[in-house]
Design a protein around this ligand. Structure first.
Ligand SMILES: Cc1cc2nc3c(=O)[nH]c(=O)nc-3n(C[C@H](O)[C@H](O)[C@H](O)COP(=O)(O)OP(=O)(O)OC[C@H]3O[C@@H](n4cnc5c(N)ncnc54)[C@H](O)[C@@H]3O)c2cc1C
Length: 655
């Protein structure tokens, strides 16, 4: 039960009683056990939060490595690997574990991500039995550390254009890996500067002088702690954050690896030098390979939600203790959270965090389905990839925004390193870039929408995709969203007819959903029409696409906000009646209305919001904040963040 004092009830409203433990159970869901294991490990190794500040960079890196290996011994980090190799055989559990680990030191989190998610994930999903037998047992324990060497100095987002080459030498039956020029140097690679023995290296495969596109190879980069022959290793040095992770650069100077070093799940080279693949189209092969690595994006999105929770828990607890300015002439100074402005700053962020938590539940469940072969069709995979990309973008941007707002909400105290914000800000900032830059990911989401996730999607390279979107799919989208059809859709979307949205209750979830659905469809039609008009004028498809990119990003964001709201509303429908359902209902309304409010200019421009109604939404958001304020402490407690992770004793009080 929440212990906060009750705010004056408005309009017959009765404040719900929050059952915090019950709410934690709802949030932890089917993965309560693994989340509790991670919570226990976080407490056991809580000293790493101090060590991150006290140790020099080398010692900190060693400490993080040590800790990752010790956590691996508890089974926490190997959940996603097959049981026969010592893993837990549960993909969903591995994501839930990662989400929870984000409550702690983020260097530990990212090292776990590099070792088990990226390196281990590539061996598991791109390799075959011989690679699994050789590497999985060692990497699951953390004894064998490895890298995922994809990004190069010259290419990060555009992975198809990588410059590293792997040429097949038929006489020696070996691949020769070569860094062709400075831009082809592998860069920012986790585990490269210090601990990695092996690297999964992504390179352009050449067989018999013919290029076959990007493939992955297992390459030893260190032998007995020294760089392997032909491998040049450089340290990336101190970074803005995550300094417990040893990121580095790799160059390959004609490094020879056995023919069997090719991770050959999707393509192979025979000893005689014949290239074979079950997937003929090179682009489809490439996207299929990359698609198997989607788990990394789902993990980082979940970690973004976790990091935002820590910041919001600290700032909310502080706002429930900190007083500034007396409300009346002689009165006691007022708690920060009793200020309307402070409520406005923190509570919509708490609502959005809950919304993203439930959206993350959906994407994790989809991932589990696809990767446990419960649901294995190409359409499900494409939908998963788009959803993972969009959720990651929204969740990591949310983390960046929430952490900054919370730091400011804690005033000068928020700036002291002991209070966690320094590390949270510095360490989580890059979440918006790695595992796919957010703007690039949202373009991927939009392309899926514009092509209706057509199977041709995977046959096309970047430019081909743009042409496809602009030339062919546009027709379908325009047809589907033509002025006439859109009007019909409005009638479907707004169950009470075109005028209904002027009168429907603002707190009616059907109304809220209709608004965000309408916005998405309208924007999609707008992008399609702009693309078509450019093509009709015989302009270059790439240039046309580039000109409408802001619109493309907006439609992807609108789509994702719709999915996030749907996830929240769906979750609400499954809950038993009671205080927790009422409290989550308030949060759901707050998320929906603050989302509409944030884009009210668009809704007004498009005739879906009158001036009066727009003002009414703002009033409702303020009212919801007042209602949620007495529940705020319980709502952040329900996330189950161990006290030791909140640190900040002067801000949150002693446990
Ligand atoms: C700490 C850290 C750890 C990392 N770990 C690894 C690792 O272990 N392994 C690995 O392989 N990589 C790793 N990376 C690399 C990371 O994945 C890349 O930095 C990321 O993919 C972005 O690539 P880039 O840096 O080349 O940026 P770019 O692709 O050059 O993007 C720069 C900017 O240009 C914009 N942009 C790019 N293309 C377009 C477009 N078509 N339209 C509009 N805008 C565009 C982007 O939005 C972005 O804002 C790591 C990076 C860091 C910093």
């Amino acid at each position: 039960m929440t212990t906060d004092r009750t705010s004056p009830a408005t309009g017959g409203y009765v404040q719900p009683e929050l059952d915090v433990r019950g709410l934690t159970e709802v949030l932890d869901g089917e993965y309560a056990e693994v989340r509790d294991l991670v919570r226990a490990n976080l407490v056991t190794y809580a000293s790493v939060l101090d060590e991150a500040e006290e140790l020099d960079i080398d010692a900190y890196r060693e400490r993080v490595r040590e800790l990752v290996v010790e956590m691996a011994a508890t089974g926490q980090t190997g959940m996603g690997f097959p049981k026969r190799y010592g893993g837990g055989g549960d993909v969903g559990a591995s994501i839930a574990a990662f989400e929870t680990l984000a409550f702690g030191d983020l260097s530990v989190l990212v090292k776990v991500g590099v070792q088990f998610g990226l390196f281990g994930g590539a061996i598991l999903h791109l390799g075959t039995e011989r690679h699994h037998d050789a590497y999985l047992p060692g990497l699951i324990t953390g004894e064998l550390m490895g890298c995922f060497a994809m990004t190069e100095t010259g290419h990060g987002s555009n992975v198809q254009a990588l410059g590293t080459v792997a040429r097949y030498d038929v006489d020696a039956q070996e691949f020769v890996i070569t860094t062709e020029g400075d831009q082809a140097r592998k860069d920012y690679i986790g585990n490269a500067a210090r601990h990695g023995e092996l690297a999964v290296v992504f390179a352009q495969l050449e067989v018999g002088g013919e290029s076959r596109g990007v493939h992955a190879f297992v390459v030893p980069i260190r032998v007995d702690g020294e760089a392997a022959p032909g491998v040049h290793i450089e340290d990336d040095g101190r970074k803005m954050g995550l300094n417990g992770v040893d990121n580095g650069r790799l160059r390959f100077d004609g490094v020879r690896v056995d023919r069997e070093a090719l991770l050959n799940r999707f393509a192979d080279v025979t000893p005689e030098g014949v290239y074979e693949s079950t997937i003929d189209n090179p682009n489809r092969r490439f996207f299929t390979m990359l698609g198997t690595l989607v788990q990394g994006r789902v993990s980082v999105g979940g970690a973004g939600v976790g990091a935002a929770k820590v910041a919001l828990a600290i700032a909310t607890k502080y706002a429930l203790r900190r007083r500034q300015f007396a409300a009346g002439p002689q009165g006691e100074e007022q708690l920060l959270l009793d200020y309307g402005l402070h409520q406005r700053r923190l509570l919509p962020l708490i609502a959005r965090t809950y919304a993203l938590h439930f959206a993350q539940d959906v994407v994790r469940t989809q991932l589990h389905g696809v990767f446990s072969d419960l649901e294995d069709d190409a359409q499900a995979r494409r939908l998963l990839e788009a959803r993972a990309a969009g959720t990651k973008a929204l969740a990591t941007w949310h983390a960046t925004q929430a952490i900054q707002e919370c730091r400011e909400a804690c005033g000068g105290a928020g700036y002291l390193a002991v209070n966690r914000f320094a590390a949270l800000k510095a360490d989580s900032d890059i979440f918006t870039t790695f595992e796919g830059d957010n703007h690039v990911l949202l373009q991927l989401v939009a392309k899926g929408l514009l092509t209706d996730y057509a199977s041709e999607f995977e046959d096309l390279d970047q430019l081909g995709m743009v042409r496809y979107v602009t030339n062919l799919a546009v027709e379908t989208v325009i047809e589907k969203t033509s002025a006439h059809k859109l009007l019909e859709r409005v009638r479907d979307l707004l169950p009470g007819g075109d005028e209904w949205d002027r009168e429907a209750g603002l707190l009616d979830s059907e109304y809220q959903l209709a608004m965000v659905r309408y916005r998405e469809e309208h924007m999609l039609a707008g992008v399609a029409r702009r693309l078509k008009s450019g093509i009709d004028r015989k302009r270059d498809p790439g240039a046309v696409f580039s000109e409408v990119q802001d619109h493309v990003i907006a439609v992807a964001r609108a789509h994702m906000e719709r999915l996030v709201l749907e996830a929240f509303v769906e979750k609400m429908r499954t809950l038993p009646e009671g205080g927790n359902k009422v409290a989550l209902g308030l949060l759901c309304d707050l998320y929906a209305l603050s989302t509409i409010e944030a884009d009210r200019a668009w809704f007004m421009e498009h005739g879906r919001l009158t001036v009066q109604r727009s003002k009414a939404i703002t009033r409702e958001v303020n009212d919801l904040c007042r209602k949620i304020r007495p529940l705020a402490g319980g709502l952040v407690d329900a996330w189950g963040i161990p006290d030791a992770m909140l640190r900040a004793p002067d801000l949150v009080g002693e446990a």
